[in-house]
Design a protein around this ligand. Structure first.
Ligand SMILES: [Zn+2]
Length: 695
């Protein structure tokens, strides 16, 4: 009875379990033998009837598995605001020749078919292929073409896919292409060998652009024939920028015009819509080409080399310090051991009642002294212990490249100089620190604590209103105004305008310059005075244009952004990047006042060079002597916008270390004018009045 098999608590007895298991094992064994025989018969059948095609497939898979069995996703395009492709992806084909297989073919027709196909498509001549066959008869992975276009490869692909030819197979790859490789390299970025973005949009939006890799793998299908299975790749999203190809071209041309005859250290131009902080154009010099980012002709510019060498010394010192720390640990352990030894001997002698002799004491003391003389020192660690020539050269090259690829509009801290006076002026307006009847007297400078701080006009500007002070770019007026505003308010506004913070721009590598603006507690009389006219602290170009836009757009600080829209794999709109208000910094009324004051700077003040007949333009110049002062190195810049009443475009031009006699803020004002003469008509910003010539 079935019940008998179970014990009282309903469980199967051990003996019965053993019996069942051995029965099962026997059954499984028989099944296994049967399956094995069936498989063997089937394999024999395949080898007999379908040998070559089977062999080809298995081989092809084995090779693919050895190499890359993943299917690359297509990286999404990057377009300008009008759909012009700035970064695209093209499918290319790697054509591989299997000499070993062709050799093994018994059918001469099959071999000839392959060779003829290749010769017809100008891959190789028949003779060349015969030579390869002779010389590489043992090879089954000979790359004939690395990057065939679809156009050139189409017919070969069809022949391979339909098994019309033997001994040929291919791999598909996606190749990133930049139709305008020098137009905006640091803005676009590029793609490294592992398909990740380096710099710019390619890095910042890598996750969206990259898509998902697919997979190809072999299985045995129902007829036990090897077949390919595919998990398709998902293509990356497409990104549409706020950048306008034409504006980018205009600023590139204006920059190149200047560079034809001049050799500054760097130039930066940013064009934005101040109503939203959409970045319309962004360009810096020196650049590189997206076609060959690793091969840069003038990579070893003296200043860059000097900076990189300093970094290498820093790296070496850090490594040496680490070695020193390890050695010091060992040293201290040895020292402790000697001290304990000495102590133990003294105690033992004490206990025994026979104190150590003077000689023995001296010996123990000497051992300690000798050890102390060997205390590890940093200078005893040699360069060779921490770095070899090869590594040094590789670090050097890498740092030089990184330095060139970075986007200086986001990373380079510079003293804003007199352009910052517009901000101090706005704070004064907003906080009612400027009365209409305010008069400031400039005698050529001002005493602050122990320093006499000069105005750029050493003979003095005499009596001026705050607005005249801005037009004349008088330092004294702004030192006085800064003092009226006071340390707390000044610092508060500096932070409100975004200085010392990341702007949040959607590009890789931005720096905040946080440590380069004075902390409130350090903003003493002298620092407050110099900060008020834009010296003594650093900003980045992107911070400066973002803050300045808030000055003129009614007081609204927006987050600068490069990307406008994102489209998904199927081309559907996925995301729209609207303007993002960070905060309102000043009132509409103060903004109106500052716009009018900045117009007089261009109409009758230091910014006259930027004037374009018929247009209403506001702007501000800046010339700042670089640290350390007295070396004759300057940064000159110009910030301008139009139209004055309702600004639609703002442009910042910075020239770092222009040569010799040209250290003049008229240089960037001139570049600004060259840009704006093209940009304003392009943006349908019209002249407010007809010029003399037009009348
Ligand atoms: Zn002055």
């Amino acid at each position: 009875m079935a019940e008998n098999r179970k014990s009282a608590d309903g469980k199967i007895s051990k003996r019965e379990l053993k019996k069942q298991m051995s029965r099962r094992a026997a059954f499984l064994f028989l099944l296994f033998i049967f399956a094995f025989v069936a498989l063997f018969v089937r394999l024999w059948d395949i080898i007999q009837t379908d040998g070559e095609s089977f062999r080809q497939k298995v081989l092809s898979q084995a090779i693919q598995r050895e190499g890359d069995s993943y299917i690359e996703s297509k990286r999404g395009e990057i377009m300008d605001r009008n759909g012009i492709v700035l970064a695209g992806t093209r499918r290319v084909y790697k054509l591989i020749f299997d000499a070993k297989l062709i050799h093994s073919l018994s059918d001469a027709d099959k071999k000839n078919k392959t060779l003829t196909l290749l010769a017809e498509h100008n891959v190789r001549t028949q003779a060349e292929l015969e030579k390869i066959l002779q010389e590489k008869k043992e090879y089954n992975y000979i790359v004939l073409e690395q990057e065939m276009s679809y156009q050139d490869f189409k017919e070969i692909k069809e022949a391979i896919d339909s098994y019309q030819v033997s001994g040929l197979f291919y791999e598909e790859h996606n190749k990133r292409e930049y139709p305008y490789p020098v137009l905006a390299p640091e803005l676009i970025g590029f793609v490294k060998g592992d398909n990740t973005g380096e710099g710019g949009i390619e890095e910042y939006y890598n996750d969206m652009l990259i898509g998902e890799t697919g997979r190809k793998y072999g299985i045995l299908n129902s007829k036990s024939i090897a077949a390919d299975r595919e998990v398709a790749a998902v293509d990356g999203y497409q990104i549409m920028l706020n950048i306008d190809y034409s504006i980018q071209k205009y600023i590139t041309d204006a920059m190149n015009d200047y560079l034809k005859e001049h050799h500054p250290k760097s130039v930066t131009i940013i064009v934005a819509d101040p109503r939203s902080m959409e970045i319309l154009g962004l360009k810096s010099y020196p650049g590189f080409s997206l076609d060959s980012p690793y091969e840069i002709e003038d990579l070893e510019r003296p200043d860059d080399v000097e900076m990189v060498e300093k970094s290498i010394v820093e790296i070496i010192t850090q490594r040496k310090k680490k070695i020193l720390a390890d050695r010091t640990v060992e040293f201290e352990a040895e020292k402790r051991r000697l001290e304990e030894d000495k102590k133990a001997k003294e105690e033992a002698a004490q206990t025994a009642g026979t104190p150590l002799s003077a000689e023995e004491k001296a010996k123990l003391e000497k051992a300690l002294q000798e050890l102390e003389a060997k205390r590890p020192k940093l200078e005893d660690v040699s360069d060779g212990e921490v770095i070899d020539e090869q590594e040094r050269a590789s670090i050097r090259q890498n740092l030089l490249l990184q330095n060139r690829w970075k986007n200086i509009a986001l990373t380079n801290g510079y003293e804003p100089g007199s352009i910052f006076k517009a901000i101090t002026y706005a704070i004064g307006c907003e906080e009612n620190k400027i009365a209409p009847d305010n008069r400031y007297y400039c005698s050529g400078g001002l005493q602050r604590a122990n320093y006499f701080i000069n105005c750029h006009k050493l003979s003095g500007h005499g009596y001026q209103t705050a607005e005249q002070g801005l037009t004349n770019s008088c330092n004294v007026v702004f030192m006085e105004l800064g003092a009226n505003i006071g340390r707390d308010l000044f610092y508060e506004y500096q932070r409100k305008f975004g200085f010392g913070s990341l702007t949040g721009v959607d590009l890789a590598g931005e720096t905040s310059q946080r440590k380069n603006i004075y902390a409130k507690k350090d903003l003493n009389e002298v620092q407050l005075a110099t900060s008020s006219f834009g010296q003594g602290f650093n900003v980045t170009p992107i911070q400066m244009i973002t803050a300045f836009s808030a000055l003129i757009n009614g007081g609204y600080l927006y987050e600068p952004h490069i990307v406008q829209k994102v489209f998904d794999t199927d081309g559907n709109l996925f995301e729209v990047k609207d303007r993002t208000l960070i905060r309102q910094v000043i009132s509409e009324q103060s903004s109106v006042k500052i716009r009018h004051a900045l117009r007089s700077v261009v109409d009758e003040g230091t910014g006259k060079t930027a004037k374009i007949a018929g247009y209403e333009i506001g702007g501000k110049t800046a010339t700042s002597e670089k640290q350390p002062r007295g070396n004759g190195k300057y940064t000159v810049s110009f910030m301008g916008f139009a139209p004055v009443e309702n600004p639609e475009v703002i442009t910042l031009v910075i020239v770092d270390e222009p040569e010799g006699a040209y250290q003049d803020s008229r240089i960037p004002a001139l570049i600004f004018r060259n840009c704006m003469e093209k940009i304003m008509p392009y943006l349908h910003i019209f002249k407010a009045e007809a010029t003399e010539a037009e009348k």
